[in-house]
Design a protein around this ligand. Sequence first.
Ligand code: G3P
Ligand code: CA
Length: 269
Amino acid sequence: TTVAQAAPDGRPPVTIAHRGASTYAPENTLASIDAADRLGFEWVENDVQRTKDGELVILHDNSLARTTNVEQVFPGRSPWRVSDFTLREIEKLDAGSWFGRKFRGERVPTLEDYMDEVEHNDQSLLMELKSPELYPGIERQTLNELRRAGWLDKGHVKSRLIIQSFNADALKTVHRLRPDLTTGFLGNPSVADLPKFARYCDQINPVHTAVTPEYVAAVHGLKGPHRRPLDLYTWTVDDAATAVKVAGLGVDGIITNKPDVVRDAVGGD
Ligand code: G3P
Ligand code: CA
């Protein structure tokens, strides 16, 4: 086991299981968060999108084709966009077999079922609003569902929930609706632009190839909307050498498909 050079604050970065422990179970399914839980990981990441009839579901691609058997069940409905299918239709799909026979019967989870499982496992969630530009109003709708599931109470908001997106406008909306929530921008704005993001983002979350000592210092040098220094979570780091490198650069979080590999490399929970 290689142990990383300690980050400037002396703590190892938090490890986040990307789409669940998605090297070991089909991404963005309940099986994937259960796999993360069994490996001992508190933090999981997911992607939220919306069906034709307005239900929130957990799926990464805008299309159902890669991670379900939609092409067999609904031939001729190419390109199989999630927004072209009702929840009843999506519930008929197998979201596990593509990954491995033993996962046959896994479903595309609704946000509601997903939140129940995260709560059941006592886990924490880095939730991505994926392509919110395709789904007008998804910010408010997601917050309403989170509230109904009990995830906007003080305890959850304070330490168990982060909302991230590549879409800055969506994050501005989330911050306006619920200023107490922690938000993260996915991307690497220029250093000159960072102060604008710090008005409504608590985190800047760049791809790992964009992480440099200067960039980490610039992010950490700014305070976010909650008057705390901005954090930096990076993605998607699946090998020990890169994990050690970014930990040494002082990142606060590592988003990974192989959380066990990252934990072995950098330590921490
Ligand atoms: O959490 C970071 C990462 O999920 C962003 O990329 O395409 O995997 O959603 P993507
Ligand atoms: Ca994501």
